[in-house]
Design a protein around this ligand. Structure first.
Ligand SMILES: C[S@@+](CC[C@H](N)C(=O)[O-])C[C@H]1O[C@@H](n2cnc3c(N)ncnc32)[C@H](O)[C@@H]1O
Length: 192
């Protein structure tokens, strides 16, 4: 990797944080010990969550991200990663589970900044600008008994996300949470 590529990764790729850890732990603890299972991590960033799933479970993991620098970093970590907008390129009914730690911070449009880190952090005005289209589309790529592990924050509105998921035919249960001074992070398991 060139120095320029290394600098782009450091400034343009979301590095693992408490939300990444909570999602990785929740998913690893619940994925079946079955090497035939196929799991997608959407928005993989550094590849941390997908890498932990690959290391701690027998399932096969594929990852996606819109950010080309993230795709490069995740591939460098050994994660099979494709550049994609959410689940767009994947075939119907493909995945037994999909995990996503989305951009979820509500952001005043006046304060939006136009770079890859904004794509990693900003969920638009209500925090759900990426979560809503994800919920609309993820059902298409799930196998009939497939499940979703979705990280959400109290800043994003957990009830609103659960309601939106319900409109797409999903039931939701909170399987992990962690509280911080300014927010509580929750991992929702969505199933049909
Ligand atoms: C909060 S970061 C999470 C990164 C990593 N999964 C983790 O937990 O450390 C959100 C990630 O979603 C990616 N992302 C944002 N919009 C996306 C989209 N429409 N399709 C695919 N990935 C997207 C960002 O580039 C970023 O890597």
């Amino acid at each position: 990797m060139t120095l320029r590529e290394q600098r782009e990764i450091e400034t343009d790729v979301y590095q693992p944080a408490e939300d990444s850890q909570l999602l990785a732990e929740a998913a690893c603890a619940r994925l079946p010990a079955d090497e035939d299972q196929l799991v997608l991590e959407v928005g993989t960033g550094s590849g941390y969550v997908a890498g932990r799933i690959a290391a701690e479970t027998p399932v096969r993991v594929i990852a996606s991200d819109l950010n080309p620098h993230a795709v490069r970093e995740a591939r460098g970590e050994g994660v099979e990663t494709v550049r994609a907008d959410l689940v767009a390129p994947f075939a119907d009914g493909t995945f037994d589970a999909v995990a996503f730690n989305p951009p979820y911070l509500p952001t005043d449009p006046e304060n939006e900044w136009d770079d890859w880190m904004e794509h990693a952090l900003s969920g638009g005005e209500d925090g759900r600008a990426v979560i809503d289209p994800f919920l609309e589309n993820v059902g298409r790529v799930l196998a009939p008994d497939g499940v979703v592990y979705l990280l959400v924050s109290s800043l994003t509105g957990v009830d609103e996300v659960v309601e939106r998921a319900g409109e797409e035919g999903f039931s939701a249960v909170a399987v992990a949470d962690e509280s911080f001074p300014f927010e509580t992070l929750t991992v929702l398991k969505l199933f049909r």
